[in-house]
Write a protein that binds this ligand. Structure first.
Ligand code: TXA
Ligand code: MG
Length: 346
């Protein structure tokens, strides 16, 4: 299969291009498209064959459910069974946007989409191109991140092409994704809300709307609740060591680790501000210090860049786990073989 790349303006995508992409989806094909978080790999959510081909193209385990994307609240009919009271409160605040709600599923959604669960993850993306594609397709779109399974999520069309060239029909290229990390996945089917995957919408944001405490799955080391969270995710090819703590102590420990591993191809994943702190080492700077949004936006591209440099050991500076920094640290911890704390706690 030849993969076509169609370039569009991120704010005002060409309606003719979007109409063609919509008909590829309706015809059962796969279209990679930008969202505000990461690029998704979309198929008609009601077409079982098309959904199966998503798993095949990515090499994704069958037991990891997909998120269904909708373009309007009315499109929830036929996707979810019912809106829970928590979902009713959250949707006006956070949709369209980076919040996936886990809700009871409608029987019409194929078991392949939800990996046999009786719930479905659903979100309304905010990116104009994603919304235009949903409108042009006229169907709900099941879409995981458009990476090969196990690789960092793609935040540019070039990342998608690197992983899936020849395996999918179309990539819509609208430049880099503004947020750079996947949506928050929130289970709102129970007595209290549970974050299954941290993202752009934080626990504090959700608590402010619901007025109840939000649990974060995995904080107490229980069995993973989002099936996807049990897989080694977000991973570069190289081994990654994450170093957290006070500024000076982190720098010193990274320099020590580099010296202890001189026979390996070491790359330091630093902040822009600290890129000059590692003389004689290869450095990939990612985001400004004290700007978690900036770090998030560049993180996956930086991990892919480390791989591209042939790194076999990445020494990564941690950031403060506040705001979007929580999601950044969640992804770095998952990518890391080990997290090393030095100096006092951040
Ligand atoms: O930002 C995003 O969410 C991107 C864009 C494309 O929308 N999508 C994305 O999809 O990251 P994916 O498939 O890479 O991650 C979906 C996550 C997985 O961890 C999966 O296990 C979880 O959501 N999930 C999906 N449906 C679920 C369900 N019914 N119950 C629990 N977890 C679910
Ligand atoms: Mg993914």
């Amino acid at each position: 299969m030849k993969t076509a790349v169609w370039v569009v303006d991120p704010e005002q995508p060409d309606p003719q291009v979007m109409a063609r992409a919509g008909s590829v989806i309706r015809g059962g094909g796969l279209v990679a498209f930008p969202t505000e978080t990461v690029y998704g790999l979309g198929a008609d959510a009601l077409n079982t064959q098309a959904v199966r081909s998503i798993f095949a193209a990515k090499g994704r385990p069958q037991d990891n459910p997909l998120i269904v994307h909708v373009g309007a609240i009315s499109d929830l009919d036929g996707v979810i069974g019912e809106l829970t009271p928590m979902a009713e409160k959250l949707i006006p605040h956070f949709w369209p946007g980076p919040l996936t709600l886990v809700l009871p599923k409608d029987p019409a959604i194929p078991a392949e989409v939800t990996a046999g669960l009786d719930t479905v993850g659903v979100r309304m993306p905010a990116h104009p191109v994603a919304l235009a594609l949903l409108k042009a397709a006229g169907v709900s779109i099941a879409a995981p991140s458009a990476n090969a399974s196990g690789r960092p999520s793609p935040t540019s069309a070039a990342h998608v092409l690197a992983d899936l060239d020849g395996r999918i029909e179309v990539i819509i290229d609208a430049g880099p994704c503004p947020l750079g990390l996947e949506s928050t996945v929130l289970d709102v089917t129970g007595a209290y809300p549970v974050i299954l995957r941290p993202g752009g919408v934080t626990a504090e944001d959700i608590e402010a709307v619901l007025g109840v405490e939000v649990q974060v799955a995995g904080e107490h080391n229980e069995v993973p609740r989002a099936p996807g969270m049990k897989y080694r995710h977000y991973a570069p090819r190289a081994e990654l060591l994450l170093v957290t703590g006070t500024l000076g102590a982190v720098r010193q420990r990274i320099i020590e680790l580099a010296q202890e591993n001189q026979e390996r191809r070491v790359v330091v994943l630093s902040r822009v501000d600290s890129a000059g702190d590692y003389p004689n080492l290869k450095v990939v700077p990612c985001g400004r210090r004290n700007d978690p949004d900036d770090v998030a936006a560049g993180l996956y591209a930086a991990l892919r860049q480390c791989d591209g440099m042939g790194a076999d050991l990445i020494l990564a500076e941690g950031i403060e786990a506040r705001g979007f920094g929580q999601a950044v640290m969640n992804r770095l911890r998952k990518a890391a073989k080990q997290t090393i704390r030095v100096g006092s706690e951040e």
